[in-house]
Design a protein around this ligand. Structure first.
Ligand code: 2P0
Length: 317
């Protein structure tokens, strides 16, 4: 039996749209931070058929099955029992598919002794879910051309920002990201301009991180988030992931920033608000977000480590 852990990540420069070629390749470069505290734990063991358990329930998740089929096309991997659980809401805009595929790839690599390095694992994880490519690495992570394998951009120690997540709903999302971004590509009038600006946003965020320039990072990260949500909202049928508490939390973050607090928001394909903060301001941000009507839970994270194996009995099997 082999156990791997991986953390979700949140994009500061977002991925929303794929290239028109095989391999699940993002249309634009994207950049994320890997989170600590939130974690997927995935166990794999030999079995007489494939069996998947997600958060204690049997599952036949089509993406996982396709991922296993693709890996087996390339490597000799027997049937597996896969048991995966998250210590945070699943499928609700907290990047559970990112940590899920990163943990699964890491566990299988060790269990089946594939000997793949993190870059190659990232390429496989991307085919499961593109954001999963980024969860293979710690700290600040870039998913960029030409290979579209994620790369460590900067370690957490370079700039140990913190994240306060305001959970405003525990419900799973109605439209998956894969389906949503395909609808956006086909129908949003803003999709073309979203793609054209991706490279500039990536460059601006890279500079801001290199220079530890919080104001510059806040500006480009909120812009990337709001442009992505503009594309979502103008998709037909509309992809409206926000609720009232989401909007209230965004306003609170803006108010705090105007009072000198080091904080900006980002929001993914779900109603949770992730407030990225300077460490000295995280307590104040958490208290302010906790006081908003409709905020159900506050999660606090730092920047997390790379996906890794924690318990490998494969050698004894
Ligand atoms: C991101 N998201 O960059 C963006 C922001 C959601 C909003 O990556 O189709 O689950 O499996 O590659 O990775 C979610 O997309 O989509 C995502 P697929 P994935 O974090």
């Amino acid at each position: 039996m082999t156990v791997a852990l991986a953390h979700p990540n949140i994009a500061l420069v977002k991925y929303w749209g794929k290239q028109d070629k095989p391999g699940n390749i993002p249309a634009t470069p994207n950049l994320s931070i890997t989170l600590s505290e939130l974690v997927t734990r995935t166990e794999v063991e030999e079995h007489d058929s494939d069996e998947l358990w997600l958060n204690g329930e049997p599952s036949n998740d089509a993406k996982v099955m396709r991922f296993l089929a693709a890996l087996r096309n390339r490597y000799p991997i027997g049937y597996l029992k896969i048991t995966s659980s998250n210590n945070f809401p699943t499928g609700a805009g907290l990047a559970s598919s990112a940590s899920g595929f990163a943990a699964l790839m890491t566990a299988i690599n060790s269990h089946a002794r594939l000997g793949l390095n993190a870059e190659i694992m990232s390429e496989w994880a991307r085919q499961g879910s593109a954001s999963a490519a980024r969860s293979m690495f710690a700290g600040y992570v870039a998913l960029v051309p030409p290979l579209w394998r994620a790369q460590a951009f900067a370690p957490a120690s370079h700039w140990p920002l913190q994240v306060v997540v305001a959970v405003t709903s525990h419900a799973a999302k109605a439209v998956s990201s894969t389906r949503g971004m395909e609808l956006s590509r086909r129908t949003s009038p803003f999709y073309g301009s979203w793609l054209r600006a991706g490279g500039d946003d990536f460059a601006a965020a890279s500079d801001a991180i290199n220079n530890r320039d919080f104001a510059a990072l806040a500006e480009v990260a909120e812009l990337s988030c709001l442009k992505m949500h503009s594309v979502m909202l103008t998709t037909r049928p509309t992809l409206a992931y926000w609720n009232q508490a989401t909007v209230a939390a965004m306003q609170t973050v803006r108010d705090l920033r105007s009072q000198g607090c080091g904080v900006f928001f980002t929001i993914d394909a779900g109603p949770q608000v992730k407030a990225v903060c300077l460490p000295e301001d995280a307590e104040r941000v958490a208290a302010a977000l906790a006081g908003i009507d409709g905020v159900q839970q506050i999660l606090r994270c730092g920047l997390g480590e790379a996906a890794h194996v924690v318990d490998d009995h494969a050698v004894d099997a």
